[in-house]
Ligand binder design. Sequence first.
Ligand SMILES: [Zn+2]
Length: 325
Amino acid sequence: MINQVLPGIYRIEVPLPNNPLKATNSWLIRGEKRNLLVDTGFNTEVSREAMDHGLHELGIKMENTDLFVTHLHSDHSGLVNHLATPETTVWMSEADGQVVAESRESFHWGMFNEFLIVSGLVDSGVENDFTKHPGYRFASEVYERFNLVNEGFEITAGDYRFRCVATPGHTPGHMCLYDPEKKLLLSGDHILGKITPNITAWNFNTDVLGQYLQSLDKIARLDIDTVLPGHRYVITDCQGRIEELRKHHRARLDNVLDIIGSQTMNTTQVASRMRWDLSFKKWEDFPWGQKLFASGEAMSHLYHLTVKGELEMSLENEIAWFSKK
Ligand SMILES: [Zn+2]
């Protein structure tokens, strides 16, 4: 499905088969000489066909189009290699671009096997096989010609003049595009309407949730009328949505503390008792990927509470255990 959302800006809705996210919003900004396409969809036949069809309908040739990828996840970067022509410039942040460039060969995937152990998932009977990860299965083929950009880099397309804003949290190198004059934000998965961005910790290198909340504060300081997110609907009350996202995480942190109570628990035990907005009734029914994402989300909250000094963490038999201080 294609629709115009602002003068010169179109949404190409790229379906994500068998995924709770349903579709990725790919934003096409028509320019006089060069167009700009933001985010792509999975590297699967269904996503590929929808994207090719969308570009064809809009009369867009990739020879005259550059690409900006907000973050490394395959539902945003999966079609980079398929779409990029020798004339296409592909921009991405340094931190995330390096991971996508290595694609399936990346050492990055090994950390999921470590996470499956440290979270307690393997101990609970979950298969230790990161190749089941949708991000792995639907990644772009190797693409090595990224133009790696940092905070403040400017990209012009049509009447729009965007500035790259680093918003780490959802991924280490997540970036939004901001046009201060048009008060417009292309938010990737940093701010979504209706659904909350998945904030997952896969190891204890960074307080990912703390980082995400800081990135929300950073965007809250900008003057914004319209947010074009990576999934679902256009957002017109950016401040209101940011406040809802802050409240969501505050409630989750309280929920995690309640679940732990006076016990010592691992990440999987906490995740299986948290509330999830999924159609599966019982934790046991969650598919492999949803157990992984739920546990990653639980761990970002557990580790944030540990860094804040409310929980303490210990490692026993390679599994991380949490209890109240
Ligand atoms: Zn996404």
